[in-house]
Write a protein that binds this ligand. Structure first.
Ligand code: ADP
Ligand code: MG
Length: 707
């Protein structure tokens, strides 16, 4: 396929879209009918893939990949670091007669065997037990990735240890999809649905990010090693003008987005929405939603592609949750719903939600799950980056609550006191302008401050951080909702009158869990007080939040649904706590390096310039009061900075020497974080007084505003 540069863009887009994906159309074209059918059955979970079928599929994939110039294939997986990993093997293998053979068997497609020893396992595997397996997730399409001249066939895979323990982010997600399917189907059957045979959760993640010019990035060790600025006095202008959100796109950014779209479309990622976000230099890209495991893979590809395309254009994409202090951070809004194979969105209220029993059951199940497992959902988004967002008067607070909006809250309240008899109608909005037709007004307004908001036909969980894999959040959500659905199914299956039983269940849920529903402004301190009165947890620290993963109820719910065994969950908790400590250690070391080797020397030499100037001025017989005052101010700050550096050095050493992972993470939070804050405080004060031409770091104004 050739795409001409000057072709109109929609035509271009249509040609490019999915061109590097071994998708349904390619399968249909290249596979014998019977093989195609067997593969489709494996994809829909009906029957496992037989080896003879896999052999034919693998061969067709190889031919297709080679036509596209691929030389290698790789099992692409997502270890518990939250990043992706790939080990490339060539299609070419040498033969005895010295020539080569192009080979790719069904076995090579289905299963790989990378050495697992360098990936974090949280104690699930001793270092000498190095064997790990990758297994093709055939529900996520195979694709071709072009990295420079390297063209490789990518096989989305799960990753487990020799003993079968999940060592990755995909395995628990796939397991959670199974349990959600099973429990949802039980409920639907009990409610009289005879048409749906499979249920999946869908995901549309909105990805926020920052773009800055690479020439600034290159001069900032903090950005290079930690992804966020550890220093920087506020820019004279921040986001107070509210002029960036949805603002017109700068030409350079527009070109970036155009190239990003092309690259994503090739991979079959349906990037659609794109716009400026709240903070200067902040943007968002969102895909059309898809099945949760595929959408999760696609989000990983999106994060990678954002960074790759940015570099090509002399930009750097910052995915960190809080790259700049004082302006908004970045999240990854997790739009989630549950759909059946015959196209019913179970979270779509329809026009008369009070009569839509399956909607009410799935809505109430989700609300109950969020209330009962609020701490678990909070833990699923805990990392150092998100600590700067949650509870820090921006994005969502650390308190989990659900926004239902007027119409559903009204129905929720009706259910609590009996049956729901009516749904509030949507209306028309008239603007009083004769040339504009009346608008259709949605039944429910939006609430941008809610961490878990109903948005018309899905829930939008807004707590996830911009760097995080979608996996943890969604396997948690799928599992806890499956758990409540299983309780509901137990009741419905033994009921004589299902309608009466369902009404009773809904009445109970709405009464017992109304505390989690909050439609007001989540950013106010009144809400923090009100939430405490309602008994809702408010966990602002990631360490404390991750420690909740050991609570009995949480261990049990993952084990019961076969999503994570006790050991697997424990391993994950350990990895997350370790990664929390390691991330802060890197930040502390970078803070010390920059403060000692860049900021202090510049401040000291500036003080010497001031000293010389004061002497010269005085010698000339003029008052040097101003020079001396400046000198004194600079020297005081140098002293304070020096002291703060010493405190941070001690705190970092102490934390490094702690072996217990819980205590270690807590030490970093309690001692290192505040000490880093102090170093930054004095350094930023110095930035405000030292000669700008000497300052070693690009400023906030340069990074945020220079296009
Ligand atoms: P917002 O106005 O909230 O910023 P966006 O258009 O930026 O909305 O993003 C909304 C996301 O929600 C998109 O990725 C969209 O595909 C996704 N979405 C829409 N419907 C569903 C659904 N039923 N399940 C999951 N995601 C959905
Ligand atoms: Mg959006």
């Amino acid at each position: 396929m050739t795409v001409e540069k000057n072709e109109a863009s929609p035509i271009r887009a249509a040609k490019v879209f999915g061109s590097n994906v071994f998708n349904d159309a390619v399968m249909r074209e290249r596979l014998p009918k019977s093989v195609y059918k067997s593969l489709k059955k494996a994809i829909s979970g009906e029957t496992p893939l037989a080896l003879d079928v896999a052999n034919v599929v693998a061969n067709a994939m190889k031919d297709w990949a080679i036509e596209k110039n691929a030389t290698h294939y790789c099992h692409w997986f997502q270890p518990m670091t939250g990043l992706t990993a790939e080990k490339h093997d060539p299609f070419i293998s040498p033969t005895a007669d010295g020539s080569t053979l192009l080979e790719f068997s069904g076995k090579q497609l289905i299963q790989g065997e990378p050495d697992a020893s360098s990936f974090p396992s949280g104690g699930l595997r001793a270092t000498f037990e190095a064997r790990g397996y990758t297994a093709w997730d055939c529900t996520s399409p195979v694709f071709i990735k072009e990295d420079g001249n390297n063209v490789t066939l990518f096989i989305p895979s799960a990753f487990c240890s020799y003993t079968g323990c999940a060592l990755d982010k995909k395995t628990p997600l796939l397991r959670s999809m199974d349990t959600l399917n099973k429990q949802s189907i039980r409920v639907l059957k009990a409610l009289g649905n005879t048409t749906s045979s499979r249920v999946t959760s869908t995901l549309g993640p909105e990805q926020e990010y920052f773009l800055i010019d690479k020439k600034f990035y290159d001069k900032r060790l903090d950005l290079i090693v930690s992804g966020r600025t550890l220093f920087g006095a506020p820019s004279p202008r921040g986001q107070e003008m509210d002029d960036h959100y949805f603002g017109s796109l700068h030409e350079r950014i527009a070109s970036f987005m155009a190239e990003l779209n092309t690259e994503l479309w090739k991979l079959g990622v349906t990037a659609t929405t794109q716009h400026n976000e709240v903070s200067p230099a902040q943007y968002e890209v969102a895909p059309v939603y898809g099945t949760v495991n595929v959408a999760t893979d696609h989000n990983q590809l999106t994060m990678e592609t954002l960074q790759k395309v940015a570099l090509r254009q002399g930009l750097v994409c910052l995915l960190h949750e809080k790259p700049f202090a004082g302006v908004n951070g970045s999240g990854k809004h997790n739009n989630w719903s549950i759909v059946t194979d015959d196209g019913i969105n179970l979270l779509d209220p329809g026009s008369t939600p009070h009569e839509n029993m399956s909607f009410l059951v799935f809505l109430c199940a989700t609300v109950k799950a969020v209330d009962k497992y609020a701490k678990l959902l909070r833990a699923s988004v805990a990392n150092t980056g998100n600590e700067h967002r949650l509870g820090a008067n921006e994005a969502p607070p650390a308190i989990v609550s659900v926004f239902l909006g007027d119409q559903l809250t009204d129905i929720f309240e009706q259910l609590a006191i009996g049956t729901a008899k009516s749904s509030r109608e949507s209306g028309e909005l008239k603007l009083g302008i004769s040339t504009l037709p009346p608008f259709h007004k949605d039944c429910t307004d939006r609430n941008r401050t809610s961490p878990f908001a109903f948005t018309g036909n899905r829930f939008e969980f807004r707590m996830p951080g911009s760097t995080q894999s979608c996996s943890g959040v969604n396997f948690t959500l799928n599992t806890v909702v499956a758990e409540i659905l299983s309780e509901i199914a137990d009741e419905l299956e033994k009921a004589e009158d299902v309608k009466v039983a369902a009404q009773k269940i809904l009445g109970k849920i709405t009464t017992e869990h109304k505390r989690i529903v909050f439609n007001g402004d989540n950013y106010t301190k009144e809400w923090v007080e009100e939430a405490a009165r309602r008994g809702l947890p408010n966990i602002t620290s990631s360490v404390e939040s991750l420690q909740c993963l050991a609570e009995k109820d949480f261990v049990e719910v993952f084990a019961k649904h076969g999503v994570l065994s006790n050991d697997e969950l424990h391993a994950r908790q350990e990895i997350l706590l370790e990664s929390y400590a390691m991330t802060l250690n890197i930040e502390a070391m970078a803070t010390l390096d920059i403060a000692k080797r860049q900021i202090l020397p510049v401040a000291v030499s500036y003080s010497s310039t001031l000293g010389t100037a004061a002497q010269a001025v005085k010698a000339a017989g003029v008052s040097a009061d101003a020079q001396i005052a400046l000198l004194k101010q600079t020297c005081d700050l140098i002293n304070s900075l020096k002291n703060a550096i010493e405190v941070l050095e001690v705190a970092t050493k102490k934390s490094q020497h702690e072996n217990d992972v819980n205590k270690k993470a807590a030490l970093y939070r309690d001692e290192v974080v505040p000490a880093m804050g102090d170093v930054r405080l004095y350094a930023d004060e110095l930035e405000k007084v030292v000669d700008a031409s000497l300052w070693p770091l690009p400023t906030y104004a340069q990074m945020l505003f220079l296009k």
